[in-house]
Design a protein around this ligand. Structure first.
Ligand code: SAM
Ligand code: SF4
Length: 337
């Protein structure tokens, strides 16, 4: 009988004693949608040669796992628009230290990829869905066809994914009245759902973030009229606080950067598609891992040294404010949400 050894503690510890065990890898800044809270309508994307190759991304995943990272989330931009991305999942899916290999997607390409992702070892999928009304969905995403994303959700379930989670950014006057419908949709299908407060990342034209702010507490109040929400201490290793619906398996999460700061127990860092290691979603502290990778094509130790060194500049937390201009000029698609 084989005895599974417990994972080693992470070698990635910052100045505040927080262990980094979770990395979000952005594999592209491109996307087939233009959600109005995420991107401007006329975005300039990073030239292809500045983007990490799939081989470089796989190598980074290996370095992080050898340093004690146990959870990898592949994100973007829209990760499934990257050519051959399933190959990357296959490489990450066999890393011995990684317990959780997850994907965040808008779902438009899931119908053709869900089975391949499951076979590659993806453990969970988050799918963004802000509205169940086709016209509204189209207006919020600027380009989206609701039926494609719904087909993607069905495909994920048919491929056997458990605990598929919906992500919904809630905006006052745009979709806040759909919160109960979104929870009902999730509960009927055995999905989890998280509601996200919009974050001020990047300049996005005339979309007024302060005007559409809708707090997690307001969403809770809306839901209390329909369901009994029971607090749980469950975590998926991310920033969401979870509740269960009484009599149902569905979990309802709240990601509340404004109203309930989650920085104190931050366990994660991000890598942009260009290979910039971002130490905080809401600050600009970063280290250029692409340079470390390309200067040391066969020496992982140097890359790991750069990652360990970066921990000393991980800031205490974000300083998001609701009052107008974004503090952080990079958009969410460039950040790896
Ligand atoms: N394209 C994929 C998707 O939409 O799921 C993955 C990348 S997207 C940047 C990841 C998540 O970030 C999505 O759930 C999206 O709704 C969320 N997001 C984008 N911009 C945001 C913002 N300014 N504030 C809060 N969440 C945002
Ligand atoms: Fe694309 Fe996701 Fe940003 Fe929407 S939230 S524009 S789907 S990257």
């Amino acid at each position: 009988m084989s005895i599974q050894s417990a994972p080693l503690p992470s070698q990635l510890v910052d100045r505040f004693g927080r262990q980094v065990t979770y990395v979000r890898l952005s594999v592209t800044d491109r996307c087939d949608l233009r959600c109005l809270y995420c991107m401007a309508e006329d975005m300039a994307f990073v030239p292809h040669k500045q983007i990490l190759t799939l081989e470089e991304l796989a190598r980074l995943g290996r370095c992080f796992s050898e340093l004690g990272v146990v959870k990898l989330r592949v994100t973007g931009g829209e990760p499934l628009v990257r050519r051959n991305v399933v190959w990357l999942f296959e490489q990450l899916g066999v890393l011995p230290g990684v317990r959780d290999l997850t994907l965040t997607t808008n779902g438009t390409q899931l119908a053709r990829h869900a089975a391949g992702l499951k076979a590659a070892g993806v453990t969970r999928i988050n799918i963004s869905l802000d509205s169940l009304r086709p016209e509204r969905f189209h207006a919020i995403t600027r380009l989206g066809d609701l039926h494609k994303t719904l087909a993607g959700i069905d495909a994920a379930l048919a491929a056997g994914f458990q605990r598929v989670k919906l992500n919904a950014v809630i905006l006052k006057g745009r979709n806040h009245d759909e919160v109960p419908d979104l929870v009902r949709f999730a509960a009927e299908r055995g999905l989890d759902i998280s509601f996200i407060e919009e974050m001020p990342l990047g300049s996005i034209g005339d979309h007024d973030r302060a005007a559409v702010y809708y707090s997690s507490d307001a969403i809770r109040r809306d839901l209390d009229r329909h369901w009994e929400l029971i607090p749980t201490t469950e975590s998926t290793g991310g920033p969401a606080r979870y509740f269960r619906i009484a009599g149902n398996d569905t979990r309802v999460g709240f990601i509340s950067p404004h109203s309930h700061n989650f920085c104190g127990d931050c366990n994660r860092v991000r890598v942009t598609a260009e290979g910039r290691l971002l130490l905080c979603l809401g600050q600009d502290h970063s280290v250029d891992l692409r340079r470390a990778l390309r200067a040391n094509p066969t020496d992982d130790a140097r890359v790991k040294q750069a990652i360990v060194g970066a921990m000393s500049i991980k800031p205490r937390g974000h300083e998001f404010a609701l009052n107008g201009h974004p503090l952080i000029l990079r958009h969410m698609n460039a950040t790896g949400g």
